[in-house]
Design a binder for this molecule. Structure first.
Ligand code: UDP
Length: 373
């Protein structure tokens, strides 16, 4: 065998695992079926702007170890995500905080906001343990905000009614009774200066990487190259969908270079009404404050309209749909995975989990630690 590890997928999980294995003296080959590294955090430089080709990524974590780890491979800027919601042309602050409550109900104090939410929760007769996303949302922020800022966006994003979606999805968003538009509660937050591709390039520095190589299309020959395979593609694809397909949501982007310096004045605008066909518009330059590497203002801008769609085997999976049915199917695939000798399944697709970037990195560090011990 030529290598200790064959890492399938040069995204965050694969790159961190590869780095850790290599730094412990193991031989590693990384392959990816795409023509570029970095998986879905891939950024591409257009007119000095780092364009997030597979959707906006803002790094945030409470885990100091992970924060220090990523900062070893790229300096991070101080970007703080504070998107606004556009509902039928009117703008509201996100996440749900005192600015939002003031704008919608005219309340000024946390006590008034809490009282209004409690009143709406009671009127909706929500049980103590919300059974789905709709009940969870009304319980957290009341019916007005659910109707204006959650329902339409969520149903576009997931292609399912809110009462058929798991409650945990909406608990990703903070609800806070302070005047604070920071989308995350994490202690540490930012975007890698020079783009995520640079971060991954630095992780993979000195590690043999082959692009345009599809493991599943040539698995016999590739499997023979290494003692252990680290597979970061979809777990159901690995097993030829033998138990059926896991459901994912996919995305489509319409990206344009505009000859104007400022299109929407902020990195992310969510379109929360049902009628607007896209879920959000990203203006990429604002992740880096509209400046180029020399600190000069960039005269043009790049925007991406993001559309959510149901995944099929011809498109890229982005979001696992962790409802009960799919989680049950995943558990059956997991049993197959556990019986598979010397193969590690990792990342959003390999573990079928709605992971954030820091969780992916933490899982990859732990896996590398375990197998290289
Ligand atoms: N969400 C919403 N309105 C918004 C933003 C988010 O209802 O304006 C809900 C929606 O259900 C979404 C979930 O919150 O799927 C999680 O949002 P997040 O921003 O974490 O999604 P991601 O960045 O992973 O696409």
């Amino acid at each position: 065998m030529a290598y200790d590890f064959l890492v399938v997928g040069a995204g965050l999980y694969g790159s961190v695992f590869a780095r850790e294995a290599a730094s412990r003296g193991r031989s590693v080959l990384v392959i990816d079926r795409r023509p570029h590294i970095a998986g879905n955090v891939y950024t591409e430089c257009v007119e000095g702007i780092h364009v997030h080709r597979y959707g906006a990524h803002v790094f945030h974590t409470n885990d100091l170890k992970v924060w220090e780890y990523v900062n070893r491979f790229a300096p991070f800027n101080r970007f703080t995500n504070s998107p606004v919601a556009n509902y039928h042309g009117a703008l509201y602050a996100l996440p749900f905080n005192m600015y939002t409550f003031h704008r919608i109900w005219g309340v000024n104090t946390p006590a008034e906001a809490k009282a209004e939410i409690a009143r709406q929760r009671q009127a909706a007769h929500i049980a103590d343990h919300p059974r789905n996303l709709e009940e969870q949302a009304i319980s957290l922020v009341g019916r007005d905000i659910y109707e204006m800022l959650i329902k339409g966006y969520t149903e576009k994003q997931w292609g399912r009614p809110c009462d058929q979606l798991p409650a945990f999805i909406i608990r990703r968003l903070p609800v806070r009774f302070t005047y604070d538009n920071n989308y995350y509660n994490a202690l540490y937050q930012g975007v890698p200066i020079g783009g995520y591709t640079k971060l991954v390039e630095n992780l993979l520095d000195g590690i043999e990487t082959r692009l345009n190589v599809d493991y599943l299309a040539d698995r016999k020959a590739l499997r023979a190259l290494a003692k252990t395979v680290v597979f970061t593609g979809s777990i159901d694809a690995y097993f030829d969908y033998c138990l059926g397909s896991l459901a994912f949501r996919s995305l489509r982007f319409e990206t344009e270079l505009l000859d104007t310096p400022n299109f929407q004045g902020i990195a992310v605008v969510n379109y929360t009404d049902r009628e607007t066909p896209w879920t959000r518009i990203i203006e990429h330059k604002w992740f880096e404050f509209g400046k180029d590497r020399q600190g000069n203002d960039i005269g043009k801008t790049v925007i991406s309209k993001e559309y959510s769609l149901e995944w099929d085997r011809n498109c890229e999976p982005y979001y696992p749909i962790n409802d009960e049915q799919n989680d049950r199917l995943y558990m059956r695939y997991k049993e197959l995975a556990q019986a598979e000798k010397n193969v590690i399944f990792g990342g959003r697709l390999g573990e079928y989990r709605y992971y954030d970037m820091d969780q992916v990195i933490s899982a990859a560090l732990a896996a590398a630690d375990k197998v290289c011990r």
